[in-house]
Design a protein around this ligand. Structure first.
Ligand SMILES: O=C(O)[C@H]1NCC[C@@H]1O
Length: 342
């Protein structure tokens, strides 16, 4: 066996969505802040290609790089690599990172509750983990301030007509459509159509509406389209289906923590959700994230909420990714049969 690099990974999934964690073998990228480091990773592309592209990755995979924190309050920091983006924050990935840090012993666990602070590229997130028998059973993440951007905007999508959409930020940027109005009941067999349509809607929204984050000039596109199911009031609180189309064309297997945060911001802006409410988002595979509003704030001149999301993650294995110097596909490859819903 010979290799020019060895990258140590603990693999995990949060409520169905893969979020692997690189725990060794990669030196921290240059940059004064975690955001700058994440921009370097995005520009350079080498690590992204190595771990996300085939033959090591695949369109379903997200990979997080642990880096030394910059902020004095943070216990650990991470850079998120998704199939097309290197985003400010991610719900499922932050839950995977927290679980890997605690379950593998990188950070000490205290039962029944461990509190840690993580530094995501978009800012600090406080994490509370319910732990039992050496396992972080449920992760609560105080996500980045989240806000509604446009409510009831009109979006002309070729072949679909004029859609009424909301746009919002929940640690990442969303165009939100009414799933029922689009003819979806959010059942698993709709995944391909949701992926295909969602990418078209995201691309159209990027061209026609554009997104801008008031405090992060670098984040100026919509990453995702959320197909939002109807909100039902149950004995346990609010409950709604959620399917998020991820570029270049797949559906999040988890209920998407950033989407839940964005949706809570929209519901709050409409006066349909208060800090007393709990909103459970249900994915296409039936997994759930729970959310609540901890308070309000502002982002630039926008009214925003302080969201908390929670969910579970499990470790699925460990890998050492290697590169034989004679392998002609050091950067890996992507083909459109799986990369992008057609
Ligand atoms: O839960 C989330 O927010 C994420 N899941 C995969 C894509 C999003 O970042």
């Amino acid at each position: 066996m010979r290799s020019t690099k060895t990258i140590h990974v603990v693999s995990a999934h949060a409520e169905g969505e893969v979020g692997d964690v690189i725990v060794g073998g990669v030196t921290p990228p240059p940059g004064e802040t975690i955001w700058e480091q994440s921009r370097w990773i995005a520009r350079d592309g080498t690590l992204r290609n190595f771990v996300l592209n085939e033959p090591r990755g695949g369109v379903f995979r997200h990979v997080n790089l642990l880096v030394p924190p910059k902020h004095p309050d943070a216990d650990a920091a991470f850079i998120i690599m998704e199939p097309e983006d290197t985003p400010p924050m991610s719900g499922s990935n932050s839950i995977c990172v927290s679980t890997v840090l605690l379950d593998s012993g990188i950070l000490p666990m205290q039962e029944p509750v461990t509190e840690i602070t993580l530094e995501a590229p978009g800012g600090l997130v406080r994490v509370r983990a319910e732990c039992r028998n050496g396992k972080a059973e449920r992760i609560f993440v105080q996500n980045l301030p989240s806000f509604a951007e446009r409510l009831d905007a009109k979006l002309e999508v070729e072949g679909l007509g004029t859609l009424t959409v909301d746009t919002a930020y929940g640690g990442d940027s969303f165009v939100i459509v009414d799933a029922a109005a689009m003819g979806f009941s959010l059942s698993p067999d709709e995944a391909h159509d949701i992926a295909k349509l969602g990418v078209r809607i995201t691309n159209t929204a990027n061209a026609a509406l554009g997104f801008h984050h008031p405090e992060n000039a670098d984040w100026k596109h919509f990453s995702f389209c959320l197909f939002a199911g109807p909100v039902e009031r149950t004995a346990e609180g609010l409950r709604a289906g959620a399917a998020v189309a991820i570029q270049p064309g797949k559906v999040d297997r988890s209920p998407t923590g950033t989407a839940l945060s964005a949706r809570m911001a929209v519901l709050h802006a409409r006066g349909q959700m208060t800090p007393e409410d709990r909103l459970t988002a249900v994915s296409l595979i039936g997994s759930t994230f729970s959310g609540r509003i901890l308070g309000t704030t502002t982002v630039g001149d926008r009214a925003a909420i302080l969201p908390e999301i929670s969910g579970r993650a499990w470790i699925t294995g460990t890998h050492q990714h290697m590169l034989d110097p004679s392998d002609p596909w050091a950067e890996g490859y992507r083909l459109t049969d799986t990369w992008g819903a057609r």
